[in-house]
Design a protein around this ligand. Structure first.
Ligand code: AMP
Ligand code: TRP
Length: 333
């Protein structure tokens, strides 16, 4: 049986190296395997859980599609669409919000991080966000979900919701329980300025991340300014303990070069960081520059990008509308 793959990326601008290495690179590999049926969603409904400028949002939706295609996802092989155009997502999110329990949502660490100190002022959407994510996944009978490490908890919640719905309505195996696909060594890329924080779109300092649209000069400059420590590169992994920034840069090199972290350490053992950084900049430029050039080119072809989304939403709608018909029947509508 074909594997059914589903994943989503928020169109909130500044797609970065963490998104690429943690998620999109994996999407490309899955897209290339004819054994898989892949659906990649630009999750614009998720994006509006925090304020968005409508004009920017529309551009960011296109930029996310451009990034998918520039990275190597083939819209002829995979369905690429934006969430708001398939209304089943919102509808199933409502139905599942009657299955999910408050106590489950209260445990979600991403909400706590994003809402910050003043939870009373966070939108309800930000709180119920993981239920919408569960709807995304369950509508397509998804078997595997490629994501970065930060989404693991949301996937566990999705499985809990699916299981409770199946039990409550006595419909064994109706919603399939999806497996996360999280890369082992490289699931979390950290900020270039603080190795204890995730590389993130919303971090104020642009120096904290490599954006997928950065030019060669910007990449070189950001790596030059990336935080390290005064010690040289160690000769074994254990000596990296507590050296968060050093470890992160070595992880980035490993992921881009296809080497294990251990092999990368062997390659640069006892060298100083200025020499390593030259190699890191080079591999980043080699891998990221072609993608950023292609993104820029595609952004000038708006009608092509819009056509991908239109086709994708038609195909997604076909799958989702069948599932929702069955859901109506099960629930008693
Ligand atoms: P988002 O930008 O939050 O929509 O995330 C899109 C995908 O990128 C999700 O699968 C995330 O888990 C992944 N991701 C985001 N930031 C990072 C990071 N710093 N390291 C690894 N994966 C990440
Ligand atoms: N919540 C995910 C993120 O912030 C994005 C997302 C929405 C998603 N729906 C999804 C990821 C379904 C995987 C599957 O990164």
């Amino acid at each position: 049986m074909k594997k059914k793959i589903f994943s989503g990326v928020q169109p909130t601008g500044n797609l970065h190296l963490g998104n690429y290495l943690g998620a999109i690179k994996n999407f490309v590999k899955l897209n290339d395997d004819p054994e898989n049926h892949c659906v990649f969603c630009v999750v614009d409904l998720h994006a509006i859980t925090v304020n968005q400028d409508p004009k920017e949002l529309r551009e960011n939706i296109r930029e996310t599609v451009a990034t998918f295609v520039a990275s190597g996802i083939d819209p002829k092989k995979s369905i690429i669409f934006n969430q708001s155009k398939v209304s089943a997502h919102s509808e199933v999110a409502w139905i599942l919000s009657c299955t999910a329990r408050m106590g489950w949502l209260n445990r979600m660490t991403q909400f706590k991080e994003k809402a910050g100190k003043d939870k009373e002022k966070a939108s309800i959407g930000l709180y119920s966000y993981p239920i919408l994510m569960a709807a995304d996944i369950l509508l397509y009978d998804t078997t595997h979900v490629p994501v970065g490490d930060d989404q693991k908890q949301h996937l566990e919640l999705c499985r809990d919701i699916a299981q409770k719905f199946n039990n409550d309505f006595k419909v064994d195996n109706f919603f399939k329980l999806p497996e996360p696909l999280i890369q082992k060594e490289f699931s979390r890329i950290m900020s270039l300025k603080d190795g204890s924080k995730k590389m993130s779109k919303s971090e104020l300092s642009n120096l904290s991340r490599i954006n997928l649209t950065d030019s060669e000069d910007q990449i070189i400059n950001k790596i030059k300014k990336a935080k390290t420590d005064t010690l040289p590169i160690p000769s074994n992994i254990d000596e990296l303990n507590g050296r968060l920034e050093a470890k992160n840069l070595l992880i980035i090199y490993s992921s881009l070069s296809g080497l294990t972290l251990e092999k990368t350490i062997n390659k640069f053992a006892e060298k100083n960081f200025s020499e390593f950084k030259k190699n890191l900049s080079q591999i980043l430029v080699d891998k990221i520059n072609p993608i950023s050039q292609e993104i820029k080119k595609l952004l000038n072809e708006k009608s092509y990008l819009d056509k991908i989304l239109l086709e994708g939403s038609k195909n997604a709608n076909q799958i989702a509308s069948k599932k929702i018909e069955k859901i109506h029947e099960i629930v008693g509508f």
